[in-house]
Ligand binder design. Structure first.
Ligand SMILES: Cc1cc2nc3c(=O)[nH]c(=O)nc-3n(C[C@H](O)[C@H](O)[C@H](O)COP(=O)(O)OP(=O)(O)OC[C@H]3O[C@@H](n4cnc5c(N)ncnc54)[C@H](O)[C@@H]3O)c2cc1C
Length: 460
């Protein structure tokens, strides 16, 4: 069986989910890879699977991308960054003999139209761990005339080595480590045997389009403007990775929690849009000439913490709600609902950094201007929102709103898991009881000022 062949001959068996049970149409004219979450032309298990299937069938491959701007928190900032990445990815695909079809439309409807128009044998799609992406894949699975095969392409160890929501890093880490040797290995890109000549039709030709001009023409938030020094795409991600290995990695373990210095990779937006693979990044760091503690500390973040966040969103579709909290966390937050708050800020006051806390204001301004917050300060930032909100529910929704609106890496499993960690102790343990926080771990600006070179952080 053809589909059996693509599963057997590569390492992807645990990455595959068949989203419908329609047949692969061997009489069709091409295979389509519906690119959505993993926006890259290399190190991409979903693309490799599509190429392998096309080769098995003796057909060419077409890559489809649906450009959809009616998306929560869509802004010029994120679309410019994403389109820069797609421009580079589409050029690389075309070089490999794989045409890139991009249309401005609702993706699940667009992929169904494309499958009919190009007489597809089957469609392969990368996996999205969030609700919107899941719902798009479900719509497409129900309406496509051929099989829809989903590949988990964003994890190093496939998300389905575990079949349930994990309690924390301490439960997922042993499972990941046990399987890691098998998956921490460089897999060469598959190359397509049959090239497809495609008349552009009504495809957006990214080779002739300026990403910023295109982003500006979309129906997206124009107030959230592109951040200085953030250029999307694999080349920029690779040069950041190289710089990080040279300059940041040697100091990573000792200094990553000091908000006065910047030693982290700044790769999260590239990982969020799938412009660079976490496997490529982790392999480069693993092989680097740097202190072992720093290498281990980085691999813990990009493998264990990142894949724990994916596990959370994959197995708990209430990831952005207090419904996802453990019983102990809900009980303790309930017990402290009526505790007096030092101040209650409106969303507008938070958004415009109008609080009494100069460190928090600096973090919020960093978010608004640069689309990021220093990793350590990001925890303190969210913990303070709990203190200044009338209820934990409101704290959660305000933190998610601000993070998703301004952060270039927002709308990501990492964001939902970490905000849940800050506000309701997800994946964390109970601590000594305090006002407002109850048994949720407390972090404050004052403590951060005592421990870090914070003056460097608030310098204009
Ligand atoms: C309140 C809050 C909101 C957050 N929102 C997001 C978000 O929207 N998107 C996002 O990608 N990350 C989010 N994080 C996690 C973390 O802060 C960022 O991944 C990190 O700051 C990105 O910077 P970096 O790429 O330089 O990280 P590095 O330290 O260089 O780490 C490399 C990669 O490892 C992963 N990683 C690092 N820390 C974590 C973590 N705590 N949990 C999961 N994965 C991690 C990321 O993919 C990161 O790019 C949030 C954290 C908090 C506390």
């Amino acid at each position: 069986m053809i589909f059996g062949a693509i599963m057997d001959k590569n390492l992807y068996a645990k990455r595959v989910v068949e989203l419908n049970n329609l047949p692969v149409d061997e009489g069709g004219k091409c295979v389509i890879y519906w690119m959505q979450r993993s926006q890259r032309a290399t190190d991409n298990p979903a693309l490799n699977s599509a190429v392998n299937l096309a080769n098995d069938l003796g057909k060419p491959l077409l890559v489809y991308f649906g450009l959809f701007d009616v998306y929560p928190m869509a802004s010029v900032r994120v679309f410019k960054f994403m389109l820069e990445g797609l421009k580079e990815a589409s050029a690389a695909l075309i070089d490999k003999g794989i045409p890139f079809l991009m249309r401005r439309e609702m993706p699940p409807e667009g992929i169904v139209r494309a499958a009919i128009e190009f007489n597809a044998c089957a469609v392969v799609v990368d996996e999205d761990y969030l609700n919107i992406g899941r719902s798009w894949r479900k719509i497409a699975a129900d309406r496509l005339p051929v099989r829809l095969i989903q590949i988990d392409a964003e994890t190093i160890v496939p998300a389905r080595i575990t079949h349930k929501e994990e309690w924390g890093a301490y439960t997922i880490r042993p499972k990941i480590l046990k399987a890691l040797d098998q998956y921490m290995t460089d897999i060469p890109d598959s190359s397509i045997n049959h090239k497809l000549r495609l008349e552009p039709g009504n495809s957006i030709d990214l080779s002739t389009v300026d990403p910023l001009t295109l982003a500006n023409s979309l129906d997206v938030d124009q107030q959230v403007t592109p951040t200085p020094h953030s250029i999307g795409g694999l080349s920029e991600a690779l040069s950041r990775l190289e710089r990080f290995i040279r300059e940041g990695l040697p100091r990573y373990s000792d200094e990553k929690n000091d908000i006065g210095v910047s030693v982290s990779s700044n790769l999260s937006p590239y990982l969020h849009f799938g412009q660079i693979s976490s496997l490529r990044t982790a392999l480069a760091v693993q092989d680097a000439d740097a202190p072992g503690e720093s290498i281990d500390a980085f691999l813990e973040q990009i493998i264990v913490r990142r894949e724990l966040a994916i596990n959370f969103c994959l197995y708990n579709n209430r990831y952005d709600s207090l419904d996802a909290a453990s019983d102990w966390a809900r009980r303790t937050l309930d017990a402290h609902r009526t505790d007096e708050r030092p101040e209650l800020y409106l969303l507008e006051e938070l958004e415009s950094a109008q609080t009494y806390d100069q460190l928090w204001n600096a973090a919020q301004l960093e978010l608004v201007r640069f689309g990021r917050i220093h990793s350590y300060m990001r925890m303190v930032w969210a913990k303070n929102i709990l203190v200044w909100s009338p209820t934990p529910e409101e704290a959660l929704s305000q933190a998610i709103y601000l993070n998703d609106k301004y952060a270039l890496d927002g709308r990501d499993p990492n964001g939902y898991a970490n905000i849940a960690w800050c506000i309701f102790g997800k994946h964390d343990r109970p601590f000594a009881e305090r006002p407002i926080f109850g048994k949720i771990r407390c972090m404050t600006s004052e403590a951060t000022m005592r421990k870090t070179h914070w003056r460097n952080y608030i310098k204009p």
